[in-house]
Write a new protein. Structure first.
Length: 401
């Protein structure tokens, strides 16, 4: 596909990792602004994998690339998910079985680096600037391409809000909003049966999606990946909360990456690994629920307390974006276009202390963004600190951690 000279340039957009509300508004914002500035916009389907699914010899790109127009993006720009689809693909570490048929004669190792083919495909498509939207795994490969000479503008997306270098990632506000709503809804059952309510939320390494809803009053306690917890102490606290509550129940939010004191690793749904070496998490909520029930007689005059255990899972990432996840993607898309118009690349668009900005893309692989426990989490009370809010951003915790 030769580059059409009537355009100012060609921009490629892709979405990687998990879906979140706010991706389609971001795609729309980039596309509308780019078209009006005279650019052509190509949407790459299924994230990074779309760039290796294309067989350049056949010239057929229809299944992997779609030209974006205002008509296309306006129809989906207010909806959730990603209409470009997504995948968890690491093109520098592709297992032999995942190498497309048209590359297998040249890439037959157990693990293969298809980056040289990606560079050829980007040239074949005429894409001069690439905008990946994703979490630190997705964006780390964008950083890798930038080092190979590709003009890359990265956009942070993840419900966990754990991409370094930014206070806010697309999808986080909707996740927090849904977590608060669903936790409050589940209170009716917990109160009716006078039980403990254990709710498992997302958060592999960072506990933002547990700490912020708890801070907003959704739960009495929360346990986060940054600090292992003692279940007997948690049970003692929750029993006291239940006793004080006129409806005789109490609530704890449990990050999926949280660990009991003495545990050697997180709780996994299975042992399969993705291309980034991550096992699928899931099940810590049920483990906590059973442990609480087992321990509860010690703090409840010898009587066990029954437990409701609920994993929110995809319920917080499906459906339409909230106001924040409609506004921030719009701003991010236009920030990306400002950089392109200025001839700048190798940047991550971001929010820092309530202001939009950008930072070097290599920040995404420089460190893990986690909660500063000493500053924000009371380890003895298993809840947030509620002091010193002056000067804090809207979502309290900054990108310093």
């Amino acid at each position: 596909m030769p580059k059409n000279q009537k355009y100012r340039g060609t921009i490629g957009i892709l979405t990687g990792g998990g879906d979140v509300p706010g991706l389609n508004p971001a795609i729309r914002a980039i596309t509308v602004r780019a078209l009006r500035e005279g650019y052509r916009v190509m949407g790459i389907r299924r994230g990074w994998s779309g760039l290796i699914e294309i067989d350049r010899e056949s010239g057929n790109t229809a299944d992997s690339v779609v030209e974006l127009t205002e008509e296309v993006v306006n129809k989906v720009g207010r909806t959730g998910g990603t209409f470009l689809h997504t995948s968890r693909t690491r093109l520098s570490h592709v297992p032999k079985d995942n190498v497309p048929e048209h590359f297998r004669k040249d890439f037959a190792d157990e693990i293969n680096d298809l980056t040289p083919e990606v560079l050829k495909t980007l040239e074949f498509l005429g894409i001069e600037t690439l905008i990946p939207i994703g979490g630190d795994d997705t964006l780390s490969y964008g950083e890798h391409l930038h080092k190979q000479g590709v003009a890359v503008i990265a956009m942070p997306k993840t419900m966990d809000n754990d991409v370094p270098g930014t206070d806010y990632c697309i999808g986080f506000s909707t996740c927090v909003t849904r977590t608060i709503e669903m936790t409050h809804a589940l209170r009716t059952s917990a109160g009716s049966h006078e039980r403990f309510l254990v709710i498992e939320v997302f958060g592999r390494y960072a506990g933002f999606t547990a700490l912020l809803p708890t801070m907003a009053g959704a739960a009495d306690r929360c346990v986060i990946p940054e600090h292992e917890f003692d279940v007997e102490h948690l049970c003692e606290l929750m029993t006291a909360d239940r006793r004080k509550n006129p409806s005789s129940y109490s609530v704890v939010l449990v990050s999926e990456g949280a660990t009991f004191a003495g545990m050697e690793e997180m709780v996994f749904a299975n042992q399969e690994m993705d291309m980034f070496g991550h096992k699928k998490l899931g099940g810590i909520g049920d483990r906590v629920a059973q442990a609480l029930k087992n321990v509860s007689p010690k703090f409840n005059k010898g009587r066990p307390v029954d437990v409701i255990s609920q994993r929110l899972g995809y319920m917080v990432r499906c459906g339409d974006p909230d106001a924040m996840d409609s506004i921030v993607p719009m701003a991010y898309g236009n920030l990306a276009m400002d950089l392109i118009l200025d001839g700048v690349s190798g940047r991550l668009v971001n929010v820092r202390n309530g202001r939009y900005d950008n930072v070097p893309i290599d920040v995404v692989s420089s460190r893990k963004k986690i909660i500063d426990v000493d500053k924000y989490y009371d380890t003895d009370r298993m809840r947030p600190f509620y002091t010193r809010f002056d000067g804090s951003p809207v979502f309290i915790m900054t990108s310093d951690y």
